[in-house]
Design a binder for this molecule. Structure first.
Ligand SMILES: [Zn+2]
Length: 398
């Protein structure tokens, strides 16, 4: 059926079933409560590598969902924090499908960061580690559920909220769980931060990977017998110059060596050097082409060896996976007086995994703010109820 007809139809269904402006008003009255919950979540610091800390936040989040009548389970992990899964569904048993709402508990900030980056309110924003990426999103989801419950709206589909513990470090223990839930779902809504201060949704993301280049040469005395040596640093430098030439910004292909190390002391021709390279691609084709190029690297200096490890760990999220959900979100946003826009971003998220499975995925539905992963991280307070209304409206339309 034509997309436009669909959108018009969705608008009708949404307005008929749920008074969205009322719902936004109801949520605006709860902006303070949302801010307080955000403060509690931010003060419970949760660096990805600290299981105890992430588990502590996970228990707090789980408790909030339980209080709201969701069925909560902790997906226990040995090394990383436990993932939290909360299920909310139609009364009785007859769910007509599943919607997955995704987010993460962990942040990039070490324990104790909160001492320097105090949680504070100023200029209409909340500042502090994780306010924006993405504890704001955790709060938004909880209040979206409150609003739906208050409006007496019970979804026809089962809604699974999955909060993972290791998104910021590549989702090693959560990827399979995210993919399993996504396969059962008709749509995936990701509560990662919005793009820009007007809250653009993320309808496409680049694929992201990490490649390790290891150059091996032959050690020798730099003064006595340099001709018997093969300089691994020189080999690596030449390789980096070569791969830098593969950048094609217009086609969304990015290659950047971010870490380099090698050698032991200046008077020794170095035997070993390695570099860690960040790679990104806008589409699957670009991703495969780049991987092929890396695999075909050959040594440049006579006697040197080059080894390539790693690859893409998040495939690209292409716009076609988001188009229809984005149209729905825009229709819902219009009804609450917001003009919603979209953006194509270079960073990856767990939405990349679900989109790559062919499941409709919409990302960037979380907090509005600035400064993710920086000492300046903050989130806009008045956007919290707006985003919760948007999420509630979107959930009720699916
Ligand atoms: Zn995030």
């Amino acid at each position: 059926m034509p997309a436009l007809w669909r959108v018009a139809n969705i608008a009708r269904i949404v307005t008929n079933s749920l008074p969205l402006r009322e719902l936004l008003k109801w949520l605006r009255e709860r902006e303070r409560a949302m801010t307080q919950l955000l403060r509690d979540f931010v003060r419970a610091e949760s660096p990805s590598f600290d299981k105890a800390a992430v588990d502590h936040l996970g228990r707090m989040v789980a408790e909030e969902w339980r209080r709201r009548g969701a069925r909560v389970s902790l997906l226990r992990q040995r090394k990383r924090g436990n993932h939290v899964r909360a299920k909310w569904g139609p009364r009785g048993r007859s769910a007509r499908g599943q919607i997955l709402v995704l987010g993460h508990l962990d942040t990039v900030y070490e324990l104790g960061t909160i001492q320097q980056m105090l949680f504070r309110l100023a200029r209409g924003r909340a500042w502090g580690p994780g306010t924006f990426d993405m504890k704001g999103g955790l709060v938004i989801a909880l209040f979206a559920l409150d609003a739906l419950a208050a409006a007496g709206c019970r979804p026809e589909k089962r809604i699974v909220f999955l909060w993972t513990s290791d998104e910021e470090i590549g989702s090693g223990t959560s990827r399979a769980i995210v993919e399993r839930e996504a396969r059962r779902s008709d749509a995936v809504l990701v509560l990662e931060p919005a793009s820009g201060l007007n809250g653009r949704l993320k309808t496409a993301r680049k694929g992201v990977g990490e490649i390790e280049l290891i150059a091996t040469g032959r050690a020798a005395h730099a003064g006595l017998n340099p001709e018997q040596g093969v300089n691994a640093i020189e080999e690596l430098a030449l390789q980096i110059a070569r791969i830098s030439g593969w950048n094609q910004p217009r086609r969304g292909i990015m290659v950047s060596a971010g870490v380099i190390e090698g050698g032991t002391r200046t008077n020794v021709i170095p035997e070993r050097a390695r570099a860690m390279v960040d790679v990104r691609a806008a589409n699957t084709r670009g991703m495969h082409a780049l991987e092929r190029k890396f695999r075909s690297l050959r040594p440049i200096l006579p006697g040197a060896e080059i080894e390539v490890r790693g690859g893409f760990n998040r495939p690209p999220m292409e716009r076609k996976a988001s188009a229809e959900l984005y149209a729905r979100a825009r229709a819902v946003a219009r009804m609450i007086g917001l003009n919603l826009r979209e953006d194509f971003v270079g960073g990856g998220s767990d939405g990349n995994f679900t989109a790559a499975l062919g499941i409709p995925t919409l990302d960037g539905l979380g907090a509005v703010g600035e400064g993710a992963h920086s000492s300046n991280e903050n989130t806009v307070l008045r956007a919290l109820p707006e985003r919760a209304a948007l999420l509630a409206g979107l959930l009720s339309s699916l």
